[in-house]
Design a protein. Structure first.
Length: 435
């Protein structure tokens, strides 16, 4: 995490003080359950809460202890004992470090998912608002970067809305999958701790018990979580790249908002660059970079090892913090995006009507021409226009072979822009419902 791309709400989830607070809650809830089962005195469990519930854990002290013990959980428990006193001997009864570490990580990941889901709602709201604003704003659709047929700018935004709706569904599923708790002791057999302790802690922490853990919670759950973040990041970049292309000088159909006093270049005062979109591309790459280690973390030796640990200490905070920042930036970018319908129309007209070539092709086949012959007739009139030699409509009207099948009025009919947009309402209802 670096401050430049970090929002405080997400960063706070990963702060040491937050982590130690969660560790304490796991231990204290486990003590409550152990007390109810008669394993430890009820007064001891109460003392743990009374002495440490509102404590501010001394991070520097814990670090100091860890430098000697070389063990983070033992360092925390030692510091907790300094706060709680003699009753601390009843803490961590029958538990192992992974019970604390893994349950805590899943609490943090679910909290992070909740923030990311709220971020996605902001993106979806911005996309929906702008999509309806430009529902019928015609623009050119491109395939291979080349002018193809007309679409609307609203449809471009509707595509993105549908994609981020799927992203939200995937993240909800990933959150559910990672929201498990393991308090099963060494090698996951519950030999030293009753399964009812796990059930109690899980409920208290907003999780569900892991059906079977091998001392660690299975990392396929985390692999799915971080893979989902990677897919969302790709959706962010897909939309960002679209905006970057649309802002190119020779296109200029849309543009990032340029604030008063903003500077685009240290050398060229005229520059207005798509810096936010480019930034989103870079951030998306970083989120996706954590997918591979998440997948590799699935593979551990026997009941556990800690080869996953070092990677997760980085990927948990970095991936969630980075995606959180990217989604909020994207929502603002879309909300304030400058759109230029006149330039869209200008680009639509740039190829002298060639965007209607398929309609002419189909009309010829409907009048009896073979598809092969129709294609040749349309293409031989299209290529001169492509080279800047004439107007497509006029060339078709002057082509004697075309006129064998189509009258001037029938040719002109194929150049109706509205024809391409006749199902926009249908598509919008599919994407947004009846709203």
């Amino acid at each position: 995490m670096i401050p430049r791309y970090t929002r405080p709400e997400m960063a706070s989830i990963w702060e040491p003080q937050t982590r130690f607070k969660i560790w304490f809650e796991i231990e204290a809830h486990a003590a409550d359950a152990l007390a109810e089962l008669g394993t430890i005195p009820k007064q001891a469990a109460k003392t743990v809460w009374d002495k440490a519930r509102n404590a501010s854990f001394d991070v520097a002290r814990i670090d100091e202890i860890e430098r000697e013990t070389k063990h983070d959980v033992i360092a925390f428990l030692t510091h907790l004992a300094e706060i709680v006193g003699p009753e601390a001997r009843f803490v961590h009864q029958g538990m192992t470090s992974s019970d604390v570490l893994d349950t805590c990580l899943n609490v943090q990941l679910t909290r992070a998912a909740d923030l990311l889901l709220a971020d996605l709602d902001k993106v979806l709201a911005a996309l929906k608002k702008r999509a309806f604003e430009h529902k019928m704003t015609p623009t050119i659709g491109r395939s291979h970067g080349i002018h193809a047929e007309p679409v609307t700018f609203g449809l471009k935004l509707a595509y993105a809305y549908a994609e981020f709706s799927r992203a939200k569904e995937r993240l909800i599923a990933a959150r559910k999958e990672v929201a498990t708790c393991a308090i099963s002791g060494a090698v996951g057999t519950f030999a030293q701790i009753d399964p009812r302790v796990e059930e109690h802690v899980a409920k208290a922490m907003g999780l569900v018990p892991e059906p079977i853990s091998t001392q660690v919670i299975p990392r396929d759950r985390h692999a799915m979580y971080f893979s989902t973040l990677g897919v969302i990041a790709s959706s962010v970049e897909r939309l960002a790249v679209e905006i970057r292309h649309m802002q190119r000088t020779e296109v200029l159909e849309a543009e990032e908002f340029f604030s008063e006093g903003q500077k685009g270049s240290s050398a060229m005062p005229h520059k207005r660059n798509p810096v936010l979109s480019e930034n989103l591309t870079g951030l998306s790459r970083m989120v996706r970079a954590y997918v591979t280690p998440a997948l590799e973390n699935v593979v551990l030796w026997h009941e556990r090892d800690i080869s996953h640990s070092s990677a997760e200490r980085m990927m948990g905070p970095d991936a969630t913090v980075t995606l959180d920042f990217a989604l909020v930036r994207l929502a603002g970018l879309i909300d304030k995006l400058l759109v230029y319908p006149a330039n869209m129309q200008k680009n639509l007209d740039r190829l002298g009507g060639l965007v209607h070539s398929q309609r002419v092709l189909l009309a010829l086949t409907q009048k009896g021409a073979s598809r092969e012959d129709a294609y040749k007739l349309v293409q031989r009139n299209a290529m001169p226009v492509w080279r800047g030699e004439g107007d497509f409509l006029q060339l078709l009207k002057q082509d004697a072979e075309v006129k064998k099948y189509l009258s001037d009025a029938e040719i002109e009919e194929q150049f109706d822009l509205g024809y391409h947009l006749k199902h926009v309402d249908t598509i919008f209802k599919r994407v947004f419902g009846e709203s």
